[in-house]
Design a protein around this ligand. Sequence first.
Ligand SMILES: [Zn+2]
Length: 351
Amino acid sequence: MTMLAQAAHANIQLHVYDFFSDDTQVDKAVSELSAAKEGDKLHVLIDEACFYDSVDPTTLIEELSARVSDLHIWVTSLLYAKVPSVLQREDMTVPLRSAPVVVREVEQGIAMARSAVLRYTHPVIPAPGDGLEVTRLFHCGVAHPGSSPVDCYRCGQEVADILRRFGVGTRVSLFTNGPSPLSYRDVFILTESDRLRDKAEDPIGRLRSQASDFVRGLRNAGLPVCVRRFRNCSREEMKDTALAITDQITVAQPLAVSGLERKMVVWLRRPAEGEWDDSTCYLDAKDRLFAVSRSSTQLVVVDAPMRHDRSSFNYVGCFVIAIVLAVFLFWFFYYPRFFLCVVGNFSYCEY
Ligand SMILES: [Zn+2]
């Protein structure tokens, strides 16, 4: 850390590489980073490396070592990668980003992920408070059409109401002598759903396809919104989101904002498919680790019932209830004396 602190006073350069989908980026990184050395010394801090099986960080590290004699390199996010033997492993288990109330929601995901992710350890210095209570909404009932919150215009409107209640974008703090009010840029709305879409227009501005109903609900409530889908963003959009340049709410898939954080996160929880089994737990755990953990202060959860439950009630459940009711009415009108005897006392039956 001392060396990093010394480096912090030196020449700091920001380089952005896409190791995930572009194999040529490793060669580019080796070339550019080695050219940035000062004398024989180079400090490299690679955050959110996104090395997976397809891209091995060993090549980058070995080739940099060959070109820079005094190389100091620190790499994060190697959980799913082959960690080169030259790197010393350190586990970072102290939650630093989020309030305790948010950390507990993430911990549920860690518990469901079982051994894949290390459990948190308690910080040496306790947090000054528990944080703001988690706010919960429900995508449920006849007013909420669509199979999930992202397909629901009403959910968009209700989330817009919640954001206003928290004073987002109003420039007025809810607390006397409290923290500064939230801006639109302080908010992430995250959903893993593939159905997240922004509107598309042709070159002359004619609408080709509509945005997701949830996004339309937010916009029609007067909120400035941008949509970010994983691996479907331009470099300008990525930079704009990473640096929160434009004052707008970002509705995104979690991997599109990997490594970023916001004061407020609204999590559109995916409806469970069928039973609450291992695969459902895995998906919920994944969302908690990748989406909920983006929140530093305030968490809003839009919950959704299981699709299994909704379909059972709408179709099978209603059909069974209708059959039972029809049999009962038939019995009541054609054998009323029998009905009265049963309701009263069997001993008075004379039929
Ligand atoms: Zn809804």
